[in-house]
Design a protein around this ligand. Structure first.
Ligand SMILES: C[S@@+](CC[C@H](N)C(=O)[O-])C[C@H]1O[C@@H](n2cnc3c(N)ncnc32)[C@H](O)[C@@H]1O
Length: 203
């Protein structure tokens, strides 16, 4: 399995991406095609920037990528790509949300690859991951245009089902995805929501 991981690491280096995690987005995009030219993309937990770079390339120069992270990232402005605007901040804080809304009040796609600081306790890490995921979903609810898409990393565990059920109420189609480039031993899985409709059961 190490060979597979080395394969993605080397591929990312060759293709100029700062992290191998880019293939966890590329694989679902190739299958479902939810990033489209001209789209506005909100990338939560976007440092060091692989998902943002890939999104910027895919949506093109008429689109926009807003990257949010606790850590400071770099803006890359290249003519064939969408501009990438960087917001440094905690997505749990209202001032960060206000900074996002100043850049764009609406998005067609909300991505979250956010990961908490791990503690070594599977239960605690799962719960901390869910706090971030619920906030990502709340942001999607606030900022997505009708028909928009949501793609979010979750550390699996006993309360995953409740989060997935909530996502199902907001999107016409939902899937649980485990990309090939995600380490099999890792508890991360991804929730994909397509065709945002808002909470259809008032929850
Ligand atoms: C796995 S990395 C993201 C990698 C990125 N998708 C890429 O392809 O380059 C997870 C990120 O989530 C960020 N993060 C964790 N909690 C956050 C929070 N409350 N607000 C904003 N970012 C957060 C971390 O700082 C970290 O950079």
């Amino acid at each position: 399995m190490k060979e597979v991981q080395d394969y993605y690491f080397k591929k990312a280096q060759r293709e100029g991406y700062p992290a191998r995690s880019v293939y966890k987005l590329e694989e679902v995009q190739q299958k479902y095609g939810f990033l489209k030219r001209g789209h506005r993309v909100l990338d939560l937990g976007g440092y060091p920037g692989s998902w943002s770079m890939y999104s910027a390339k895919t949506v093109g120069d008429k689109g926009l990528v807003v990257t949010v992270d606790l850590q400071a990232g770099q803006r890359r402005l290249e003519s064939s790509r969408a501009p990438i605007e960087f917001v440094r901040g905690d997505i749990m804080r209202e001032e960060t949300l206000a900074a996002i809304e100043r850049l764009s009040p609406q998005f067609q796609v909300v991505l979250s690859d956010m990961a908490p600081q791990t503690t070594g306790s599977k239960w605690a890490d799962h719960q901390k991951s869910l706090v971030l995921c619920r906030q990502a979903l709340a942001l999607a609810r606030r900022l997505l245009t009708p028909g928009g898409a949501f793609y979010c990393k979750v550390f699996d565990g006993e309360d995953f089902k409740e989060f997935f059920e909530q996502t199902k109420r907001e999107f016409r189609q939902t899937k649980i995805v485990k990309p090939k480039s995600s380490r099999p031993e890792s508890r991360e899985v991804f929730v994909l929501g397509l065709e945002f409709v808002g909470d259809t059961q008032g929850g």
